[in-house]
Design a protein around this ligand. Structure first.
Ligand code: NI
Length: 191
């Protein structure tokens, strides 16, 4: 089932999400829905808070960009209860976008390598070092679990310039080809 994606300004995007255990009700279906929603909106990653579930789960499928990930074999993954325990390497700029913030892309500076501990969809534990663009996608999705959005990382002046656009997104004054929930959308008058 395709789930609606919350748009910028929705308070659920700002919550700190909580860990789950393997008995979390409907986990398998939820993961399937997450992938279906992500594919239908042409995203490479989606975090549970974006579909109004405040749990520490995100999915990634970076297969369309496989050539950017030399050496990475498994580009479709589920991350549950993830913890980034270390970020290192050089800082670099990458042009990020977000399904919750349609039609805005900005260069964001982050470190190039990370170490992450997480459970996969079978609740098998992993402890991995990841770098490059794949690390970047993880950093972006991981931020969602802590209520952080990529526009929080850009400089204040640039963010001020985006303010009007961000407000328009909250109001639903933006065109997307996927279903969204806009926190400031004007309700149609009830007659
Ligand atoms: Ni995002």
């Amino acid at each position: 089932m395709i789930l609606p994606v919350l748009a910028f300004g929705h308070p659920a995007l700002r919550k700190v999400a909580v860990d789950i255990d393997k008995d979390y009700p409907g986990l398998e279906q939820f993961i399937a829905d997450m992938f279906e929603t992500m594919y239908s909106s042409n995203g490479v990653g989606l975090a549970a808070p974006q579909v109004n579930r405040s749990i520490r789960l995100f999915v990634i499928d970076a297969t369309p960009y496989a050539e950017d990930f030399p050496g990475e074999t498994d580009l479709k993954r589920v991350f549950i209860n993830a913890r980034i325990v270390e970020e290192k390497g050089e800082e670099w700029a990458f042009n990020e976008g977000c399904l919750s913030i349609p039609q805005i892309r900005e260069d964001v500076i982050r470190k190039s390598e990370l170490r992450i501990q997480y459970y996969d969809e079978h609740f098998v534990y992993h402890d991995e070092e990841i770098k490059g663009v794949f690390a970047r996608v993880i950093q972006h999705e991981y931020d969602h679990l802590d209520g952080i959005l990529f526009v929080d990382h850009i400089n204040p002046l640039r963010k001020m310039m985006l303010k009007r656009k961000l407000t328009e997104i909250s109001k639903g004054l933006v065109k997307t080809d996927y279903k969204m929930i806009f926190p400031l959308a004007r309700k149609k008058a009830a007659l």
